[in-house]
Design a protein around this ligand. Sequence first.
Ligand SMILES: [Zn+2]
Length: 82
Amino acid sequence: MVDVITVVYVCGRCFSADSAPGPCPRCALPRVRCEPGGLADPSRQPPSDAHGRLLSRAPVWWLRAWHAARYPSQAMPAYDQP
Ligand SMILES: [Zn+2]
Protein backbone atom coordinates (compact mmCIF):
# COMPACT_ATOMS: atom_id res chain seq x y z
CA MET A 1 0.00 0.00 0.00
CA VAL A 2 1.25 3.47 -0.88
CA ASP A 3 1.40 6.06 1.85
CA VAL A 4 -0.15 9.38 0.89
CA ILE A 5 1.18 12.51 2.54
CA THR A 6 -1.88 14.39 3.74
CA VAL A 7 -0.17 17.19 5.68
CA VAL A 8 3.01 18.99 4.73
CA TYR A 9 4.57 22.21 6.05
CA VAL A 10 5.85 24.55 3.33
CA CYS A 11 7.86 27.76 3.55
CA GLY A 12 6.03 30.60 1.82
CA ARG A 13 9.29 32.18 0.63
CA CYS A 14 11.55 29.35 -0.60
CA PHE A 15 8.97 26.52 -0.72
CA SER A 16 11.12 24.11 1.28
CA ALA A 17 8.89 21.46 2.80
CA ASP A 18 8.95 19.19 5.82
CA SER A 19 6.60 16.74 7.48
CA ALA A 20 6.85 18.58 10.81
CA PRO A 21 5.94 22.16 11.75
CA GLY A 22 8.56 24.72 12.64
CA PRO A 23 10.59 27.52 11.11
CA CYS A 24 12.22 27.16 7.72
CA PRO A 25 15.97 26.46 8.20
CA ARG A 26 16.82 28.79 5.28
CA CYS A 27 14.45 31.72 5.89
CA ALA A 28 13.51 31.32 9.57
CA LEU A 29 9.88 31.95 8.61
CA PRO A 30 7.23 29.65 10.06
CA ARG A 31 6.18 27.03 7.53
CA VAL A 32 2.54 27.00 6.38
CA ARG A 33 0.48 23.90 7.16
CA CYS A 34 -0.85 22.46 3.89
CA GLU A 35 -3.23 19.60 3.22
CA PRO A 36 -2.77 18.62 -0.44
CA GLY A 37 -5.03 15.58 -0.13
CA GLY A 38 -4.84 12.38 -2.11
CA LEU A 39 -3.82 12.01 -5.74
CA ALA A 40 -7.40 12.40 -7.02
CA ASP A 41 -8.28 15.30 -4.72
CA PRO A 42 -9.67 18.20 -6.82
CA SER A 43 -7.81 20.69 -4.60
CA ARG A 44 -4.63 19.60 -6.42
CA GLN A 45 -5.87 21.49 -9.49
CA PRO A 46 -5.47 25.26 -9.96
CA PRO A 47 -8.71 27.21 -9.57
CA SER A 48 -10.59 28.21 -12.71
CA ASP A 49 -13.72 30.20 -13.51
CA ALA A 50 -16.90 28.93 -15.21
CA HIS A 51 -15.22 29.35 -18.63
CA GLY A 52 -12.20 27.25 -17.69
CA ARG A 53 -9.83 30.20 -17.40
CA LEU A 54 -7.22 29.73 -14.68
CA LEU A 55 -7.51 32.13 -11.77
CA SER A 56 -4.09 31.13 -10.45
CA ARG A 57 -1.35 28.72 -11.42
CA ALA A 58 -1.07 27.50 -7.81
CA PRO A 59 -3.11 24.50 -6.67
CA VAL A 60 -6.15 25.21 -4.52
CA TRP A 61 -4.59 23.48 -1.49
CA TRP A 62 -1.71 25.97 -1.55
CA LEU A 63 -3.98 29.01 -1.93
CA ARG A 64 -6.19 27.73 0.88
CA ALA A 65 -3.23 27.14 3.24
CA TRP A 66 -1.57 30.46 2.43
CA HIS A 67 -4.78 32.41 2.94
CA ALA A 68 -5.51 30.67 6.26
CA ALA A 69 -1.97 31.42 7.51
CA ARG A 70 -1.99 35.05 6.40
CA TYR A 71 -5.62 35.97 7.15
CA PRO A 72 -6.78 33.54 9.86
CA SER A 73 -9.95 35.49 10.71
CA GLN A 74 -11.12 36.18 7.13
CA ALA A 75 -13.31 34.03 4.91
CA MET A 76 -11.74 32.29 1.94
CA PRO A 77 -12.06 33.99 -1.45
CA ALA A 78 -14.25 32.45 -4.15
CA TYR A 79 -11.31 30.73 -5.85
CA ASP A 80 -11.26 28.27 -2.97
CA GLN A 81 -13.93 26.23 -4.76
CA PRO A 82 -12.25 23.97 -7.32
ZN1 LIG B 1 12.22 29.22 3.51
